[in-house]
Design a protein around this ligand. Structure first.
Ligand code: SAH
Length: 391
């Protein structure tokens, strides 16, 4: 299979912060420390900081309020002071779309004009929000559309949290309730490599998990990595969420080509890090994502080798088989359905769950590896076209 693009070297992670918006401090996505600092700057006495911070926290993350005047537990004078210097803004929603299957997608523009997408996928027993960690990606996986876009920057903790805030606004999920939630799960499977933006992702997820706010349990959050081995243990200990690994191939020769990060952290090292992942066990399995690429990684021999590897490293695993989602100019094709089924059955027979992921939101290009660039193309073709549906 010819490789369409020259292989770019693997860039080092860059932990750059976005420029802050001029003027008012935005508390959307702020941590308790950030809120405390903002209050201190406004002259709130030290002795009141804790109480005021938790009041604001409640209004921002439990109630979803964006207007200080609605914060009725805070004295009117202080509300006015807060409103004069602070905002609880949301990123601009550039496009909001709803697929015929109920999948929703938002393209968000941050203060510096950079854009990222998040996607909500409703299912019978759950609703999953897929969020982005970076604008662009440094990894250049050959089958992933994000790899064809320029690397731009890391998202800040606030920008990562803001994706959840926007989705909850649109789904009418305020105030936070423990029952009948629409967003029950979060996956860090949008644009970017979350473990190359570790600190920001960790800080963002701490806000999302906080019991006095959005309160989504770490057991319902999954972080997907292409295999940044040195950060994996920290992900387990410092974030504590479920792990998904984009394996996609069982031989280094092939994985080196399709996931170039493999040249740095080959399959053996990656699976060892998985075996040592803190918190993983039979009740909390590691998901191995495997994109089905015709004649590349989809043979029965590959399925056998996958089973052998998972057994060899004694991994509490489930396999997620993803039908490849093609995009213009890509050198790969999706495996035939019969081939995917055969692969799945072989892994199932070995006692490992290996469902085939159902493509969702195809009509709004909400699928894997197609975020943002698809919207950019659509806007170039029809600059004034209204979104398919608005929230
Ligand atoms: N960088 C992280 C998370 C982002 S990608 C990671 O690699 O895991 C989320 C998942 O979508 C990954 O498993 C990725 O390999 C997969 N993916 C990317 N492009 C795809 C495509 N065109 N078709 C199917 N799956 C794709």
């Amino acid at each position: 299979m010819p490789i369409a693009r020259p292989i770019r070297p693997i860039a080092r992670p860059i932990r750059n912060e976005p420029p802050s918006s001029a003027g008012a401090v935005n508390l959307c996505g702020a941590s308790r420390t950030d809120i405390g600092a903002a209050l201190t700057a406004l002259g709130v006495p030290q002795g009141q900081l804790r109480m005021r911070t938790s009041q604001l926290w409640h209004w921002i993350y439990h109630r979803g309020v964006t207007d200080f005047d609605a914060m009725t537990t805070i004295a009117r004078d202080l509300r006015a002071t807060l409103a004069s210097r602070l905002v609880i803004g949301r990123p601009e929603i550039v496009v909001a779309q709803i697929s015929t299957d109920g999948t929703r997608k938002w393209l968000l523009r941050f203060a510096d004009g950079k854009e990222a997408e998040c996607v909500f996928i409703p299912e019978e027993d759950r609703g999953t929000l897929c969020i982005s960690s970076q604008v662009g990606c440094t990894l250049n996986c050959r089958f992933c559309h994000t790899g064809t876009q320029a690397w731009v920057r890391n998202l800040s903790p606030a920008e990562i949290v803001a994706q959840v805030m926007v989705a909850r606004d649109a789904l009418g999920e305020w105030p936070t309730s423990t029952e009948n939630r629409q967003i029950t799960n979060i996956v860090m499977m949008g644009m970017g490599e979350p473990l190359y933006n570790f600190d920001n992702v960790r800080d963002a997820l701490a806000i999302v998990m906080d019991h006095e706010g959005i309160s989504i349990s770490r057991r319902r959050i999954t972080l997907s990595t292409a295999g940044v081995v040195p950060e994996m243990a920290r992900c387990g200990t410092e974030i504590g969420v479920n792990l998904a690994v984009s394996l996609h191939a069982v031989r280094d020769q092939i994985r080196d080509r399709i996931v170039p990060l493999n040249r740095k952290y080959p399959i053996g090292q990656l699976l060892e890090a998985c075996a040592a992942y803190p918190g993983a066990g039979n009740a909390r399995r590691i998901t191995f994502e495997y994109v089905m690429l015709k004649d590349i990684n989809d043979s029965l021999a590959d399925a056998r080798e996958l089973v052998r590897l998972l057994r060899h490293y004694r991994l509490p695993a489930k396999v997620n088989l993803i039908p490849f989602n093609p995009w213009p100019g890509v050198a790969y094709e999706c495996s035939d359905m019969a081939v995917i089924e055969r692969f799945s059955e072989h892994v199932f027979k070995a006692g490992i769950s290996a469902p085939v992921r159902r493509p969702r939101g195809r009509d709004i290009m909400a699928a894997c590896g197609q975020l943002k660039s698809a919207s950019e193309r659509a806007r170039k073709v029809k600059p004034k076209a209204p979104p398919a549906a608005s929230t």
